[in-house]
Write a protein that binds this ligand. Sequence first.
Ligand code: CO8
Length: 260
Amino acid sequence: MTHTFTCIETYVPQRGVGAIKLNRPAVLNALSLQTMIELVQAFETFDADPAIGCIVIHGSDKAFAAGADITEMSDATLTTMLERDQFARWERIRQVKTPIIAAVSGFALGGGCELAMHADMIVASDTAQFGQPEINIGVMPGAGGTQRLTRAVGKALAMEIVLTGRMISAQQAQTAGLVNRVAPIEYYLQEAFALAGDVASKAPVASRLAKEAVLKAFSTTLEGGLEFERKNFYMLFATDDQKEGMAAFVEKRKPEWKGR
Ligand code: CO8
């Protein structure tokens, strides 16, 4: 069933997968305030749905998203930016527990690149271009670009992207570790849905706790992260799905997950 908002659409392309399509083609899916409000609503609705095991976010073949909406920001002052408190919405996307895949084709720039980096994996079409061009309009990345890009591709390339505003190709992004896989433009969405289907077919609690633990690696010491991982691992022994998964292995059959 397709649910149309003003700036996005949501649908379920296959069992277990929730899809969000950015839908402002006239402005290359620029992320307006309204778009962000709708995105948060869509992410949180899928996250609360036990039938959804993976979320795919995508744009059009021409643009994933060309950044925050510059027309909306051009007259903003420090005070209006503080009052809008837009980053609270980005923070809510960061809190989504269901694994997220960004399927990126065409431009993923500024806030668009940052939105793709809020996903847990990126599948790109061979036409995808990633960049943080904020420097060209007198500002700098604000939704995590300097941090997530640096962690993904390393200091040298991140500095070049952020300080020159130059874009990198899908192939460069894959070599640098930003992108999981690159597919021909005709198939990238299919590829992303197939990967999402694979993720959604696993035990949901394990999948969420595993995502949480991997992300922890970006915000803690090795010791703290190992401790966190161990606790999540132990917690899974309180689930029916651990019993079912291991019994199914021993009995040489397919597990039937209960999601608890
Ligand atoms: N905001 C608003 N409108 C946009 C944006 C944007 N980010 N990007 C493109 N558009 C509009 C254009 O104005 C144009 O509209 P119109 O047809 O009415 O003139 C239409 O989309 C098509 O764009 P172009 O004609 O420019 O298309 P081209 O193929 O020639 O160029 C580019 C494509 C290279 C992507 C070009 O449009 C461009 O450079 N866009 C801006 C990219 C950019 O600077 N992005 C960063 C924005 S700042 C940001 O993201 C900060 C994030 C901070 C965190 C988020 C807080 C909210």
